[in-house]
Design a protein around this ligand. Structure first.
Ligand code: 5AD
Length: 346
């Protein structure tokens, strides 16, 4: 099995069968070997730097009904909120003062935020903080919309492909959403010139090693600037309430594999990873991750952006506790930096 890891490191590719074998055949010893290789690759390209992004969850209204997601349209048990432009700018103000140079605007697919409103907002942030990167994460839109946001000053876009396999995608999403369309959006974003982030959930209901192999092959082809992965975690108001969560172990293993396959990719240690294990983010960094995305949303709204149960939003997850995060990263042998942290992927 080590020879597969060595070949992945040296060539950046494996066949579908080899991916399946490597994912199925993992052992603690093999994982340790993988993480060691992944750290070497990450240090070669990014040193010991950990980039930070200020995450602003600006609306939890969503027109979609993704089966796994707590903010799906039909969930009537959550309190819906929408930040005003003023609220959002004040998050940026706070964030900038704390040292953030990337703002990630994430939200459900909320029709109230028309292209015009999104563009207005992006222009306002661009004007107020011209040295910062603006990342959007607001779902599937038309090419025209993506182009308009880009024109307005957004330079990065996050849209996870969730799962590459069409049948598996249908298990997780209602019929009006498709894997094909999701993937087409990603190619469009990349084509327009966005630094593009994709990704998937680990251990989502029905997921097999074959699905994960397909996710890896898809990401190799897309060659995104960033890949966000985290364990699936059930939300009590969804049909997947009783499904088991994805594991820390498999998530870390996939992080290590991603680092070897895409050496220069930006790889966040996600909130979901921090949620399933108290040291989740540190372990993610030690498996090859190099980004963390603390929460910059107003404190009063954080609990309502409930994608899954017990989602972390305090302690080092909170932007205002950056000092705590810095300390934790330093203990791990890494250091939080406040540069924009652009991707080295071209
Ligand atoms: N568990 C883990 N991740 C989830 N997401 C949505 N719902 C869940 C869940 N129950 C992830 C999706 C989405 C991102 C914003 O959050 O992958 O793209």
């Amino acid at each position: 099995m080590r020879e597969l890891i060595d070949r992945l490191r040296d060539t950046g590719t494996l066949s579908r069968e080899e991916w399946v074998r490597l994912i199925r055949g993992r052992t603690p010893a093999l994982s340790d070997y993988l993480f060691e290789q992944a750290r070497q690759v990450r240090i070669r390209h990014y040193g010991h730097d950990v980039y930070i992004r200020g995450l602003i969850e600006f609306t939890n209204y969503c027109k979609n009904n993704c089966y796994y997601c707590g903010i799906q349209n039909q969930n009537s048990h959550i309190r819906r909120y929408r930040l005003t432009e003023e609220d959002i700018l004040s998050c940026c103000e706070t964030g900038y003062r704390l040292g953030f140079r990337t703002f990630v605007l994430q939200g459900g697919e909320d029709p109230w935020f028309t292209d015009e409103r999104v563009c207005h907002l992006v222009r306002a942030i661009r004007k107020g903080w011209p040295d910062c990167a603006i990342t959007l994460s607001i779902g599937e839109k038309s090419r025209e919309s993506y182009e308009a946001f880009f024109q307005a000053g957004a330079t990065r876009y996050l849209l996870r492909h969730e799962t590459c396999n069409a049948d598996h995608y249908r298990m997780l999403h209602p019929p009006e959403l498709s894997a094909t369309h999701r993937q087409a959006c990603l190619y469009t974003l990349r084509d327009i010139g966005y630094q593009t982030g994709s990704g998937f959930m680990v251990g989502s209901p029905g997921q097999t090693p074959e699905h994960l192999a397909e996710d890896m092959l898809f990401l190799k082809k897309l060659n995104p600037h960033m890949v966000g992965i985290g364990p699936f975690i059930p939300h009590h108001d969804t049909i997947f309430a009783k499904e088991p969560a994805g594991t820390l172990e498999l998530t870390l293993y996939m992080l290590g594999l991603l680092r070897l396959m895409l050496p220069k990719v930006l790889l966040p240690a996600t909130t979901a990873l921090g949620t399933i294990h108290p040291q989740g983010r540190e372990l993610g960094i030690l498996a090859g991750a190099n980004v963390v995305m603390p929460n910059l949303s107003p404190e009063k709204n954080r609990k309502d952006y409930s994608l899954y149960d017990n989602k972390l939003c305090s302690g080092s997850e909170a932007a205002e506790c950056l000092a705590d995060l810095k300390k934790r990263m330093e203990k791990t042998g890494y250091r939080v930096v406040t540069s924009r942290g652009d991707s080295l992927v071209s």
